[in-house]
Design a protein around this ligand. Structure first.
Ligand code: MOS
Length: 732
């Protein structure tokens, strides 16, 4: 089905099932431990062996010698695969560094070998017997140093200019010129990357943990120089991804190579200490923001430049994306600058671009509002735009940013905020409120599904879509139930298998809208097939209560399907609506913090997000996504940081004790409000994404609340107390 004109009324609009806050249909499997994750596929194939990955001990240089003899002779060892004996390997589309390195080493903990043994302990013990000699060379690790040396604009994203920024900024009566930094971050999902690979002749099956089945199936085939049809990926349950599992990674490649060498199925999990330096990271940024405005608060010039670093061939962190679209202003400059750094690949992490970009931009807006003597909500509201600021002929499909901000201010009690920072005190606590806009683009991706109706009236949906903890199983079941007019318990959803039709996958907050639109398309076809089978005109047929009827004729779906059942398959394809209209999602984030006047300890007291993101397919799973994202945003504001050793080029804190994320006790009270909205431009579902929107802007709202509480502005994330303790107001 081609979606290239605005959605009209369709069966989803009935909202009998879609739009209801239903529990996750996969919840019982998960809470009882029966949802099988990749490393737990003990029953999938017999005779499983274990692989242990060896990561490079240098960040840059060459392996000069590898002595495998002691490891090969160790108990239980079945095979050792290195770049030397693996045979020629192709490269997946999305991998910058090789997933099996050697003799060149491109980054610290790049995989250089896998040791396969009968037990995990034997594989690990043998791995420590592998002797590697390196010739280390000087790598580049320091972003600030590279910036000081004067990076040019990156090739990948040329500067975007509208009007004459330099002139307009210089002429602006009120100006802000400030620089902000965000650190490297690691996805740190609960389930580390894991894969079990089994060969059958020249075919391989990999049970894995991956957000994008179709991409990664193709990438594994390319890496192994095989036809894609001979590779199967299975990933029905995923213990978090956050973008770290968008790509084919070391675990899957080395499980496949290890299994081929050992002639046995092999399972591989990356150990937690490998995650920060072996897998991808969110790249650190240095962001310079300049805003010029008139005395009455109208932005006349806005400039945002972002520096980040990556391996050769990698992309910049596009932290300026939202600044092209979020606020009005006739003169604009946005651009990224890229340093070549010998650190593990910088790539997508939840809301890549906007998440770190808004961490900076939304502090800058707070600072500017203060310079203007304006309320931060009002300053944002008067600079709203309903069109793409660099192309007035391109309206937003639906933009309710101001509505989010105003409703949020009202519900949060923003009126109680003191405009003068550092003036509200409750006992030992300095108390403050902060807010920020949330913005994330809405991307649509082609997505396929197959729907089967059987003789019991059960509808089974199959698509390679994944559920990374987001609720995909549930919203897909709701879509099929609504379309076919059956109860939720008559729908079975099967996901995450490359044998199923290729879907949008889980990434870029496009999964919910796009994958359900694919299911919608397949169900439209199935409805036609059912109607045709019983000789009805599908345009008049009503699907309701497990029946299909027109006028006075009524047939049960079970009967219509018959013994052999009926099946339909389709793919939603998106036309150019997303080019003609700017499709984005919006939020207002509000935070209240207490800062201990003596110790500087920050406690988040209350949080509110008001989101406008099209139709909300399931308010319960959507809310869970947003509160999870808000929690992540508090982590980004206060604790999350990969600590870089600039001499040796690796991230030092490689466990969840050293890489901190918030826990429940850190977040006492969160509320989420969804504006009642449909977006006819986004898909027949009229939905957009929320999973990344929920994160965008949160960290800046926390930062602004800390400023409001203390009067101390910190522009370097995370806002740890060493950065402001000596600047706190005197304790009375
Ligand atoms: Mo998202 S960072 O595209 O999983």
């Amino acid at each position: 089905m081609k979606f290239d004109t605005p959605a009209t009324t369709n069966p989803i609009d009935q909202m009998q099932v879609v739009g209801h806050p239903l529990n996750r249909i996969d919840g019982p499997l998960k809470t009882t431990g029966r949802a099988p994750y990749a490393y737990e596929r003990h029953d999938a194939v017999p005779n499983q062996a274990y692989g242990y990955v060896i990561g490079a001990a240098i960040a840059k240089g060459r392996i000069t010698a590898m002595d495998l003899s002691a490891a090969r002779a160790a108990p239980g060892v079945l095979a050792i695969v290195t770049a030397e004996n693996a045979g020629p390997l192709g490269k997946g589309n999305y991998n910058v560094a090789k997933l099996l390195g050697g003799p060149e080493v491109e980054h610290y903990h790049q995989a250089i070998a896998i040791v396969v043994a009968a037990t995990f302990e034997q594989a690990r013990a043998a791995a420590y017997l592998v002797k590697v000699d390196y010739a280390e060379s000087q790598g580049a690790f320091d972003l600030a140093g590279a910036k000081a040396a004067g990076l040019g604009p990156s090739q990948a994203t040329p500067d975007a200019r509208v009007g004459d920024f330099a002139h307009a900024f210089a002429a602006a009566p009120v100006q802000l010129d400030a620089t902000y930094t965000t650190p490297d971050q690691s996805h740190s999902m609960m389930e580390p990357h894991a894969s079990l690979a089994a060969w059958d002749g020249d075919r391989v099956v990999v049970w894995t943990s991956n957000q994008m089945i179709d991409w990664s199936t193709g990438d594994l085939a390319r890496t192994l120089n095989m036809p894609k049809e001979k590779v199967r990926l299975i990933s029905p349950f995923i213990g978090g991804g956050f973008g770290g599992k968008l790509w084919l990674r070391t675990d899957a490649v080395l499980a496949a190579l290890g299994a081929r060498a050992a002639r046995r199925p092999v399972k591989v999990a990356l150990t937690r200490p490998l995650i920060p330096n072996n897998t991808t990271r969110r790249a650190a940024t240095i962001q310079r923001i300049r805003i010029g405005a008139t005395q009455d608060g109208k932005i006349s010039a806005i400039g945002h430049e972002s520096w980040s670093g990556n391996l050769l061939g990698g992309h910049p962190e596009n932290a300026v994306e939202q600044t092209r679209l979020l606020y009005a202003g006739a003169n604009r400059l946005t651009g990224t600058r890229l340093a070549q750094l010998d650190l593990t690949e910088g790539n997508s992490m939840r809301a890549p671009g906007e998440a770190p970009g808004l961490m900076a931009l939304e502090i800058a807006m707070d600072e500017m509002a203060e310079k203007l003597g304006m309320d931060p909500v009002e300053f944002r509201a008067i600079n709203d735009t309903q069109v793409d600021p660099s192309n007035p002929d391109r309206p937003f499909s639906r933009r309710q940013l101001v509505e989010c901000l105003r409703l949020g201010a009202e519900r949060f009690g923003w009126v109680g905020r003191s405009a003068r920072p550092g003036t509200r005190r409750e006992g030992q606590w300095l108390v403050g409120m902060g807010m920020a806009s949330g913005f994330r683009n809405n991307v649509v991706m082609r997505s396929g599904a197959r729907v089967r109706l059987d003789g019991q009236g059960v509808v089974t949906v199959e698509t390679d879509m994944t559920d990374i903890g987001t609720g995909s199983y549930t919203i897909i079941a709701q879509t099929a139930a609504e379309m076919m007019g059956v109860a939720m318990d008559k729908v079975v959803v099967r996901l995450g298998d490359s044998a199923f039709p290729a879907s949008a996958g889980s990434g870029g907050q496009w999964g919910g809208n796009s994958s359900t639109a694919g299911v919608y398309a397949a169900c439209v076809k199935l409805r036609e097939t059912v109607a045709q089978k019983i000789g009805l005109n599908s345009a008049d047929a009503v699907f309701e209560d497990g029946q299909v009827r027109t006028g006075n004729r009524q047939v049960s779906l079970a009967e219509a399907a018959g013994e052999s059942g009926l099946v339909a398959e389709d793919t939603i394809e998106f036309g150019d609506l997303a080019k003609r209209f700017q499709e984005s999602t919006f939020a207002g984030h509000f935070v209240e913090v207490g800062v201990d006047a003596a110790t500087g300890e920050v406690r988040v007291r209350r949080m509110l997000a008001v989101c406008a993101a099209g139709r909300i397919l399931n308010p319960k799973t959507a809310r869970s996504q947003v509160i999870g994202a808000m929690t992540m945003g508090v982590g980004g504001a206060l604790v999350e940081e990969l600590a870089l050793d600039k001499r040796r080029g690796f991230f030092v804190n490689h466990d969840l004790a050293g890489y901190e994320v918030p826990v429940h006790a850190d977040i006492p009270h969160q509320e989420v409000i969804f504006l009642d909205e449909v977006d006819e431009m986004s898909s027949p579902m009229k939905a957009k994404g929320v999973g990344e929107l929920g994160l965008c802007g949160v960290a800046a709202a926390v930062a602004n609340a800390i400023y409001n509480a203390t009067g101390v502005r910190v522009r370097d994330y995370p806002i740890t107390l060493d950065k402001y303790l000596d600047r706190l107001p005197e304790v009375a």
